[in-house]
Design a protein around this ligand. Structure first.
Ligand code: ZN
Length: 194
């Protein structure tokens, strides 16, 4: 579960904070076009950060063990995600690729995508997002190995600061056989064509 925030503000306080930022940007929060913006932003935050209310471990707990002896890599690739950088609240958008080598149990594939979202819909840095996804799959499924690769664009780098468009950050976490066995890792990476 997400952390319990002791001092969770009221919706009114959140909307007031948005009004303050609108003024800080240089605009008039009372003009017609911005009248409903604080309420909309507060609602949007519920969606953008809904991962705090989700339990990634619980998502993976229901597994299937009738796999017909399947013992090759399972990869869900090109999982699109949106997140927000915890340093600037700027969007991080990209794709996650999640693979694992089962140890007799597999999980419904949509669950891997939901785990990506459960961690992405929080304030993040890409490195931690990558680690959290790999570690929870490893912990709950206890497979022979887990591989996670994320390729993403960071709004805080493309729209401000160094203003570098088209730059992507690639991060990876390899556990178990993907870490120890170069050919298993190679098989996973070549299947991604990133
Ligand atoms: Zn940032």
């Amino acid at each position: 579960m997400g952390k319990i925030h002791k001092l969770k503000p009221s919706k009114t306080q959140a909307e007031q904070a948005v009004r303050t930022l609108l003024s800080w940007a240089g605009d008039d929060p009372d003009r017609q076009g911005l009248k409903d913006t604080p309420a909309r932003v507060a609602r949007a935050y519920k969606e953008w950060f809904k991962g705090y209310g989700e339990d990634p471990e619980a998502l993976l707990r229901r597994t299937f063990d009738e796999t017909g002896g399947y013992d090759e890599i399972v990869t869900l690739r090109d999982i699109p995600f949106e997140s927000f950088c915890e340093h600037h609240l700027a969007p991080i958008t990209g794709f996650a690729h999640v693979g694992y080598l089962p140890n007799g149990r597999v999980v419904g594939i949509s669950k891997l995508a939901r785990v990506v979202d459960a961690y992405a819909k929080r304030l993040q840095i890409q490195e931690r997002l990558t680690t959290q996804i790999a570690d929870v799959v490893d912990k709950v499924l206890q497979p022979q190995g887990v591989a996670v690769v994320i390729k993403a664009t960071h709004g805080c780098m493309t729209t401000r600061g160094v203003h570098k468009h088209g730059v992507t950050l690639v991060t990876s976490r390899m556990l178990g056989v993907f870490r120890d066995n170069a050919s298993t890792r190679h098989e996973f990476m070549t299947g991604l064509d990133i």
